[in-house]
Structures are given as structure tokens and as C-alpha cells.
Design a protein around this ligand. Structure first.
Ligand SMILES: Nc1ncnc2c1ncn2[C@@H]1O[C@H](COP(=O)(O)OP(=O)(O)OP(=O)(O)O)[C@@H](O)[C@H]1O
Ligand SMILES: [Mg+2]
Length: 383
């Protein structure tokens, strides 16, 4: 008779914190397939008794009703493919060890396109990965067909709201650079984990911002474990978001960490231009941001016109050149020409601490250095 494995029996039972750290090499991080594969000895029923259960709080639907004032419509703070997101508040009386705090409660739309698999992926990945630039999952609820997720509340919502909402104030250049850097750090952490993670849905609506513009990546419903052994890619059904997905992934279904780097390049372009990755209110050939803007990044004069006019020339010319070169590389059609996320972090680190008030308008005055930031790619010089 085969004995049923539990997560506890695999990981042993001790202080949850000590073995949750991604950096610990003693324990293998659980994969979605460890639970969702019908032949797996582990079952979803093990969730609440497992290592994840010891870190995550398991809420009842009744408790979440109280937390969200009975899912009051005016508490809705957003809605995506998974379902509605409500703001709520937990008191410190609810659970030992749970601080009083505002939370975001994501509810699965039972009629929607996403479902149990995305809910489970979120729990499996965020239940085990911890980083200052990943959103904290506080707990979950699973009752009958209901699936809910409870996160720390991010006061400024998503970068998409901050950058594109009609009545939002303009994000200054230095804030955009901070956001780019912190989002890059979150992605680099995933890519450089012992067992790399491909995030697969990097976009401005999944970049959440705290009151001080600290960035946290959210939405691991589509995340995938990277290729193992000699494999160079994982093959999957094409999923993700139009306008952000890498071209080779769209045509072949081959997914690598370089697909995330492409999506990062698209978000960097959004930050630079203030234009959405796809905008069907713009003239035909300008609707796809990458297709339209990428060739212009190489031309210093055109680049000037590309930069978000709402910045009113309050940015560093040198910094903008570097960002343009970085966005150009990241959004290359050839994955091998894209940089690693740790390279991206290094470049963005050199662009921080810039005082928006003290700069002169964006003028190119160094013709001898004009090729400096654009390196050779695809065997050709850009100029
Ligand atoms: N933890 C959170 N704190 C504050 N607001 C949040 C939080 N999580 C989500 N939101 C808000 O809810 C919105 C919807 O989020 P959700 O991730 O469900 O969908 P989406 O990212 O807009 O679309 P998609 O389903 O394609 O990913 C976000 O854009 C954000 O404004
Ligand atoms: Mg999202």
C-alpha cells in the first residue's frame, strides 16, 4: 500500500519562516504540478495543514463578509480577469499573529475565464516566495465553489491607474525611475531563484504601489516554473496580455525568462511615454506602443518627442537616453539580444536619486557621444 504524502511529511514540521525563504537550499520549492497533477501524491486538501497553511491564514467566507462589509459595492477597488477586488479591514482580534490592517480581497468570478488553477498558482507561488517587491499574500478562502485571496492593501493601487487614469496627477521622472527599478528587482528575484520563476504577466496593472510608491508585483496566477535541466524553455498554451507578450512566445508558445524581459521593456516604454502598450484610440500604426515607438528610440530628435509631455521637460536628458537604450534592448524581437534583469537593475540603479527640479530641459549637446548608450545589437549599429 502506498502511503499518502503530505506537504508536512516532505518538508518536516518546524518553524515555517525558516524554510519558506527562497534562499534556503534545503527544501525544494513546491510547484503547481505537485498539487494539481492528478497523479501527484499531494492533494489540495493538504493546503491548510501544509507549510503554506502555517504561513497563510485560512479565512471563512463569513469572516471575509465581515472584513469587506458584506462585499459592499463601494468597497470595490478594481476588477480583472479573476474577478472583483474589495478593500477590507482586518482587526487584530481575528487571528493570533494577524495585525490589524487594511487588506485587498480578490474574489473569483464564478462566471469568469479564470478559476481554481489561477487561484492555486497564486497560493503556491506567493505562499513560498518572499521579497520586498512582491505583494504579500495574507491568506485565502476556499468554500465550496468560492475562491478568494487576501493581500496586503497597496494604497496607490496599480501603476496603470497612476500612469493612465484621466484625473491622476503626473508621476515625476524620479518616481518613474524608482518604480522601474523596484519592479526590475522583483522580476530579477524571480528569475534568479534557485528554481527560477517566469512571471508571464508583467504589465502596469500588476505593478502595485504603496503610499510611498514602493512597488510590489502581484498576480501569480499565470506564473510558471522555469525550464529544468537541459531544457531552454517551457512550452505552454499562450496566455498573458496583448501588448505585453513577447513575439516569440505568441508565435511558438515557448516561454523563457526573456519573455518577461520583453514585457518589462514594454512597461519601461509606458513609463517613458505615458502611453498604453495598446491604445486603439490612437491612429492605426501608433496603436501598438512597441511597434510605433521602438524605432524612434534610436533617433535622438524623435526620442525627444516621444517622452511624456506631461513631464514638462522635467527629466534628465542623459537618464532618458539610457532608459531609451534599455527599453530598446529589452523589447528586441530576438530574445538573445535582451539583457538579463540583473543587468537592467544595474542600469536603473545608476539612474536613481535624480532631482526633477534641478534639471535643464532635455537637449542633446554631446554629438560625439551620441552612440554611447546604444550598443551593437543584431550585428548592426543603430546609427
Ligand atoms: N493588493 C492590492 N491592493 C490595492 N489594490 C489592489 C490590490 N490588488 C489589486 N488591486 C486593484 O485591483 C485591480 C484589479 O486587479 P487584478 O489583478 O484582479 O486585475 P488586473 O491586473 O487589472 O487585470 P488582469 O486580470 O488582466 O491581471 C488592480 O489594477 C488594482 O487597482
Ligand atoms: Mg492583476
Amino acid at each position: 500500500m502506498t502511503q499518502k504524502l503530505t506537504w508536512k511529511s516532505i518538508f518536516g514540521c518546524c518553524n515555517a519562516k525558516s524554510h519558506l525563504k527562497q534562499t534556503s537550499s534545503l527544501h525544494r520549492r513546491l510547484s503547481l504540478s505537485d498539487v494539481s497533477d492528478p497523479t501527484s501524491p499531494l492533494s489540495v486538501d493538504d493546503l491548510s495543514t501544509s507549510i503554506l497553511g502555517s504561513k497563510l491564514h485560512v479565512f471563512t467566507l463569513a469572516e471575509l463578509r465581515v472584513i469587506t462589509s458584506n462585499f459592499w459595492p463601494s468597497n470595490v477597488i478594481g476588477e480583472g480577469g479573476f474577478g472583483k477586488v474589495y478593500k477590507g479591514f482586518v482587526t487584530d482580534k481575528l487571528r493570533p499573529g494577524l495585525m490589524a490592517q487594511p487588506v485587498a480581497v480578490k474574489t473569483l468570478d464564478l462566471e469568469g475565464l479564470q478559476g481554481h488553477r489561477e487561484w492555486l498558482a497564486e497560493i503556491i507561488f506567493l505562499g513560498q516566495l518572499e521579497h520586498p517587491n512582491l505583494v504579500k499574500l495574507i491568506g485565502y478562502c476556499w468554500e465550496e465553489e468560492h475562491r478568494l485571496l487576501v493581500y496586503e492593501y497597496m494604497a496607490r493601487g496599480s501603476l496603470e491607474n497612476q500612469l493612465f487614469a484621466r484625473y491622476s496627477s503626473t508621476l515625476p521622472w524620479s518616481t518613474r525611475m524608482k518604480i522601474a527599478l523596484e519592479a526590475a528587482k522583483g522580476l530579477a528575484f524571480l528569475h534568479e531563484a534557485d528554481k527560477p520563476v517566469i512571471y508571464r504577466d508583467f504589465k502596469s496593472s500588476n505593478i502595485l504601489l504603496d503610499s510611498d510608491y514602493t512597488v510590489k508585483l502581484s498576480d501569480f496566477g499565470l506564473a510558471k516554473d522555469g525550464p529544468e535541466g537541459k531544457e531552454t524553455h517551457v512550452t505552454t498554451r499562450v496566455m498573458g496580455t496583448q501588448g505585453y507578450a513577447a513575439p516569440e512566445y505568441l508565435t511558438t508558445g515557448h516561454l523563457t525568462i526573456m519573455s518577461d524581459v520583453y514585457s518589462f521593456g514594454v512597461v519601461l516604454l509606458e513609463l517613458l511615454t505615458g502611453i498604453r502598450s495598446l491604445d486603439n484610440t490612437r491612429p492605426g500604426r501608433e496603436q501598438s506602443l512597441v511597434r510605433w515607438a521602438r524605432p524612434l528610440l534610436k533617433d535622438q530628435e524623435k526620442l525627444e518627442r516621444l517622452i511624456d509631455p506631461r513631464l514638462e521637460a522635467q527629466f534628465s536628458g542623459k537618464g532618458a537616453l539610457k532608459v531609451a537604450a534599455l527599453a530598446y534592448k529589452c523589447s528586441s524581437h530576438l530574445p538573445k539580444c535582451r539583457p538579463t534583469m540583473s543587468y537592467v537593475v544595474k542600469i536603473l540603479e545608476s539612474l536613481q536619486g535624480f532631482d526633477d527640479q534641478l534639471v535643464v530641459p532635455f537637449v542633446y549637446v554631446v554629438p560625439n557621444e551620441k552612440n554611447k548608450y546604444f550598443e551593437k545589437e543584431e550585428g548592426k549599429n543603430f546609427y
